[in-house]
Ligand binder design. Structure first.
Ligand code: H2U
Length: 352
């Protein structure tokens, strides 16, 4: 048997940010595929849709009217999963029936007045407006005494549960620090105490030396496929500087963030020449009043597509009962993404 290597042999990889493992089975990526590879016909959307709940000036499902907004617009979700006024917690003392009240607020963030755009199709300056609004929301929500964590995210595409094609994201702000950021809070802190450095700062430096998983870098951000990626084309945008939250971003860094967000999503759209679905979320310091100097701002992209515009990776069976598993390696995924044309495929098509 030849020497163990990550390109060929079954192995597991450790995520130092969460303390969890992913099973990697590169030999399986070589198995024949006889399924269909379909292209989907994308419907052309109008710039303004009178029936859209998020377009400027329209009336939402709640009866409230959107202003005639010109750039971005945020509002309290009319069907918020988290609410601010919840009576004090449960009195059940049985430790097999633990519950506690959870207060919070949910917001919807419209990225653009144009119904037919997505992030990869927006200009860098208009994406920067989205980032400016995220900063404002993170600051204002984080100031509230019952908010200890602010989760900013975007669900893109109906297969990710996105209910409306109008470009938008969501913010859920809440009283407790939920599972994923809590794991990262603990791991970042452990690393910081041991090395007196940000875990992600060290990680990005090493990735930039190794170059195997780097997609691109600009002045202030690096885009890469993490060594421990779970989803076939999972990626991460990481600030080059040790910044704990979006509040630490300078004006130039906000622009760089916008540039990287656009470049990465253009890559994604080009991969299967489709408007690429994903859930993307910003992970950053909780707003519970602690300094959180170990935290390092980053944005994770979890896309489900595997082989084409319609064939997705299912997290079922082993993934549900044991731990996540992937076939193509993060290095192969990075190579595929990097090899794509830089222009958006729709622009490429109009060139002919
Ligand atoms: P998603 O597409 O990721 O589901 O986000 C859209 C959100 O917009 C969703 O949470 C809210 C839904 O509750 N919404 C309103 O608040 N008002 C509306 O009129 C329509 C949708």
């Amino acid at each position: 048997m030849n020497k163990f290597n990550l390109e060929e042999h079954s192995h597991r990889r450790y995520n130092p940010m969460t303390g969890e493992w992913v099973q990697v089975s590169p030999h399986r990526a070589k198995r024949p595929w006889q399924g269909q590879v379909e292209k989907i016909i994308e419907s052309v959307r109008p710039q303004y849709d009178p029936d859209c709940y998020l377009c400027p000036g329209n009336t939402r499902a709640s009866g409230k009217q959107n202003p005639d907004y010109k750039n971005t617009f945020s509002f309290t979700n009319d069907f918020s999963a988290l609410q601010p006024d919840i009576p004090m917690g449960n009195a059940d003392k049985d430790d097999l029936f633990i519950s506690e009240r959870e207060r919070g607020l949910c917001k919807v963030v419209c990225f653009s007045p144009d119904h037919n755009l997505t992030i990869p199709e927006m200009s860098i300056s208009s994406i920067r407006e989205v980032i400016d609004l995220w900063v404002l929301e993170y600051r204002e929500l984080g100031k509230l005494d019952f908010i200890n964590y602010v989760q900013i995210f975007e669900n893109k595409g109906s297969i990710m549960g996105c209910s409306n094609p109008h470009p938008h994201g969501q913010i859920w702000a809440q009283e407790s620090v939920p599972g994923e950021p809590q794991k990262k809070t603990e791991r970042f802190q452990e690393y910081y105490e041991k090395h007196n450095r940000s875990l992600l700062l060290d990680y990005v430096e090493k990735e930039l030396e190794r170059k195997e998983r780097i997609l691109f870098e600009n002045q202030d951000f690096v885009a890469l496929v993490p060594f421990w990626a779970i989803w076939p084309f999972e990626t991460m945008l990481v600030s080059k500087r040790h910044i704990t939250s979006v509040l630490g971003l300078s004006g130039d860094e906000r622009l760089s963030f916008a540039d990287a967000y656009k470049k990465l999503t253009v890559m994604y759209d080009n991969l299967f020449e489709t408007s690429f679905a994903y859930s993307a979320g910003i992970h950053q310091a909780p707003t519970d009043g602690s300094l959180h100097e170990a935290w390092h701002l980053h944005m994770c992209f979890y896309p489900p597509l595997l082989r084409s515009a319609t064939i997705k990776k299912f997290m079922v069976g082993y993934e549900m009962f044991a731990n996540p598993q992937r076939d193509i390696t993060p290095e192969q995924a990075a190579k595929m993404l990097k090899s794509l044309p830089k222009d958006h495929y729709k622009q490429q098509q109009t060139k002919f």
